[in-house]
Design a protein around this ligand. Structure first.
Ligand SMILES: *Cc1c(COP(=O)(O)O)cnc(C)c1O
Length: 391
């Protein structure tokens, strides 16, 4: 597959990036090797200086990881992609590569818990500060900009409240201020949303979630233009938050079924969201595919479906929410998401438990809130599991 532009996403997900060895293997090869050998001293020198392209050491590049990077870049319509050891490693590498002391970030308040920690508690020690914006109104992002703002960072839909951010509007605002727009595309994946086409500069992935899709490995990626991705690569090859070849291989195989999984899991999520809205113990359902979602129109313009994450608030606070969790016989009680097995989480006491109660309240993460990451089981069975603790 040399000219990727002719192929549709379905095809790219299965075939893009594959490079066969001299053995002509049909499935992508797994290159479990830490380093690579050279034909001569001169070749070793040329590889190290960068004069000759090729693998040197798996902290820099590895053929299995390269296949994954090319496949992901093709799916996101990106010039380049760098895979990392986890989603957080992708975020860290991006910040370290593109920012310096004195720079400023504007980030959405409701981003992933560890991302909030990274921006709010770790980066300030290195002189990089962040203004967190509450809500998704583009005007609030505009107001938060400073002359030293270098990055605008959002996750859409957000975790766990599925708030939708207008990527095109935020790209315009960021670019006018000379900043880059970074979008964490973990919840949608390129099957449902293509941020670069809407004007974003960089995409962050936690490949741990839907890209793998079966809860097996950690991984991450940064996709975007050659310039910034090259900077991320330079940081990564030196600092070492590199994706292992084995994990890259697992994620490559996961990508082959990404589209059918995202479609099936989104369809089930929409069905479940409608059913939850009709239940008396449920105060509110948060799902961008529902007409009751405040940003339904924007979501349907920007995304192919509402995604596979449904959040809902039960009446009765933490006691009622924990009762629903403890009554489940099938759903996995785990903080992970993006798996074919449906997972159930109480964000206030787990994923968002480490942030201050004030910040949590500001993010709208109440004690009665539950998050369901809908998998491939029958919707009837998922609903029955959730209803048991609601009755
Ligand atoms: C899980 C997650 C991350 C972090 O990814 P890891 O692979 O766990 O490091 C970042 N952003 C979002 C939206 C996530 O859900």
């Amino acid at each position: 597959m040399n000219d990727k532009s002719h192929y549709q996403l379905d095809t790219l997900a299965v075939r893009a990036g594959q490079e066969r060895s001299q053995f002509g293997e049909h499935s992508e090869a797994l290159y479990l090797t830490s380093s690579f050998v050279f034909a001569s001293a001169a070749q070793a020198a040329a590889r190290f200086s960068g004069e000759e392209e090729g693998n040197v050491y798996s902290r820099f590049t590895n053929p299995t990881v390269t296949m994954l990077q090319e496949r992901l870049a093709a799916l996101e319509g990106a010039e380049a992609c760098i895979a990392t050891a986890s989603g957080m490693a992708a975020i860290l590498a991006t910040l370290m590569a593109l920012l310096k002391a004195g720079d400023h970030i504007v980030a959405a308040r409701g981003i992933f818990g560890a991302s909030q920690q990274m921006f709010g508690n770790i980066m300030p020690r290195f002189g990089v500060t962040t203004t967190f914006v509450t809500g998704s109104a583009p005007a609030s992002f505009q107001t938060a900009l400073q002359p030293n703002t270098k990055l605008v960072f959002v996750e859409t839909p957000s975790n766990p409240l599925t708030e939708v951010f207008d990527i095109a509007a935020l790209a315009t605002i960021a670019h006018a201020a000379g900043a880059l727009l970074v979008v964490d595309n973990c919840f949608c994946t390129p099957v449902l949303q293509r941020p670069l086409e809407l004007g974003a500069d960089l995409i962050i992935h936690s490949a741990t979630k839907y890209l793998d899709g079966q809860g097996r490995v950690l991984g991450g990626a940064v996709c975007g233009g050659k310039g910034p991705v090259e900077e991320v690569f330079k940081f990564m090859r030196t600092a070492g938050p590199t994706l292992s070849a084995f994990n890259a291989w697992v994620i490559l195989k996961g990508l082959e079924t990404l589209k059918i999984r995202m479609q099936a899991q989104s369809a089930s999520a929409l069905d479940l969201a409608h059913r939850l809205e009709a239940l008396p113990g449920v105060a509110r359902v948060f799902y961008p595919g529902l007409p009751s979602h405040p940003q339904h129109a924007l979501a349907m313009r920007q995304q192919a479906t509402g995604g596979a994450i449904v959040a809902f608030e039960v009446k009765g606070g933490r006691t009622a929410a924990w009762r629903v969790i403890d009554a489940c016989r099938m759903l996995s009680i785990t903080a992970n998401l993006g798996d074919v097995k449906t997972t159930l989480t109480h964000p206030a006491s787990t994923t968002h438990g480490r942030i201050s109660p004030e910040a949590r309240a500001e993010s709208g993460i109440t004690e009665g809130l539950l998050r369901v990451a809908v998998g491939l089981e029958a919707v009837d069975d998922i609903e029955a599991d959730l209803r048991r603790g609601l009755n």
